[in-house]
Write a protein that binds this ligand. Structure first.
Ligand SMILES: Nc1ncnc2c1ncn2[C@@H]1O[C@H](COP(=O)(O)OP(=O)(O)OP(=O)(O)O)[C@@H](O)[C@H]1O
Ligand SMILES: [Mg+2]
Length: 289
């Protein structure tokens, strides 16, 4: 316990520069956003990156459940000002700092000015202290659901090979590009049989993006359908740690490598917070944390 507190104190020391903010989203629910967010965060941490994993998925199978965490405080306490972001951080496996979510996020757009400023200050604090802020979002295109997606530096679009998943992923991509001209969307094909099937998912989506939206979708990687994923879920343990030699774990490690080496967004801008404020209808000012 004391060691954990020490680790978190270490964690909240300021970093050089600002973290890359990565939102993980999908069109349809249940296609693997939470599993991708959790395991990718751990893989990034294993490669020496400082990672904050923010749970903005209000579903039942959220990050905390997947990690077997049971936190006392969550983002609601940041919104009300009872706790700072650094105080609610929970140390998750692999040294990832987890920000526990709250159903209050569903009403993000309706928060009081103070509540929104508190969230913004907390996010700023995290962005100053990590290399990556990974946000597990919920499916759907409601205003609160999309505010993190529209503000993020890069969006990872998780898509399964089923036609319904591809159609919904296209709809999500369209919403993102309509609302944000300069969005960077990168595909992760999940639950695919093999690389060929992943290529097929990518060519369908990138073809539609090019033809109907005039946009380029980039390809980040694939995760095969692998029984180790659901086995790990049953054990409330991330597959990248429980089954490090599994095909899914190897793929996630590849994706982490590519994410680190292929930076899609231009570095060093404070644009995430500015865009986030805009999506919430706030001005650009953020109080310092
Ligand atoms: N690569 C995979 N191989 C096998 N099963 C998988 C894979 N990815 C996800 N799953 C299965 O799909 C289930 C749903 O995954 P997950 O909870 O990550 O999806 P989600 O997109 O976050 O769902 P929601 O929209 O409800 O938040 C998992 O419990 C797991 O059993
Ligand atoms: Mg989820």
């Amino acid at each position: 316990m004391a060691e954990q507190a020490q680790n978190l104190r270490e964690f909240v020391r300021k970093n050089q520069g600002l973290a890359r903010v990565i939102a993980v989203t999908s069109g349809k629910g249940g296609v693997g956003k939470t599993n991708t967010s959790v395991n990718l965060s751990i893989a990034l941490a294993q490669k020496g990156q400082k990672v904050v994993l923010l749970d903005a998925d209000l579903g039942l199978a959220n990050v905390e459940v997947l990690l077997g965490l049971n936190s006392l405080y969550n983002l609601q306490h940041v919104i009300t000002g009872e706790r700072t972001m650094a105080q609610i951080l929970v140390e998750g496996p692999g040294g990832v700092a987890v920000v526990p979510g709250t159903s209050g996020l569903a009403r993000l757009a309706d928060l009081s000015e103070t509540g929104r400023q508190n969230v913004m200050a907390g996010l700023k604090q995290m962005q100053e202290r990590a290399d990556f802020v990974v946000i597990d979002t919920m499916a759907g295109i409601g205003k609160s659901a999309t505010s993190f997606v529209l503000a993020a530096d890069e969006v990872l679009l998780v898509c399964a090979p089923e036609p319904s998943s591809i159609v919904d992923a296209y709809a999500m991509m369209k919403t993102i590009y309509q609302k944000r001209d300069d969005a960077i969307v990168r595909l992760i094909a999940n639950m695919v049989m093999n690389k060929n099937q992943a290529s097929l998912v990518y060519s369908k989506l990138s073809g539609a993006a090019q033809q109907y939206l005039g946009r380029k979708l980039s390809y980040l990687g694939m995760i095969p359908r692998d029984p180790h994923v659901s086995q790990a879920v049953m054990q409330s343990h991330p597959f990248v740690l429980r089954y490090p030699a599994s095909p899914a774990a190897k793929s996630i490690l590849d994706i982490a490598d590519r994410l680190i080496t292929q930076r899609a967004a231009s570095p060093g801008t404070e644009s995430f917070l500015r865009r986030f404020a805009q999506t919430l209808g706030l001005g650009g000012s953020v109080q310092s944390a």
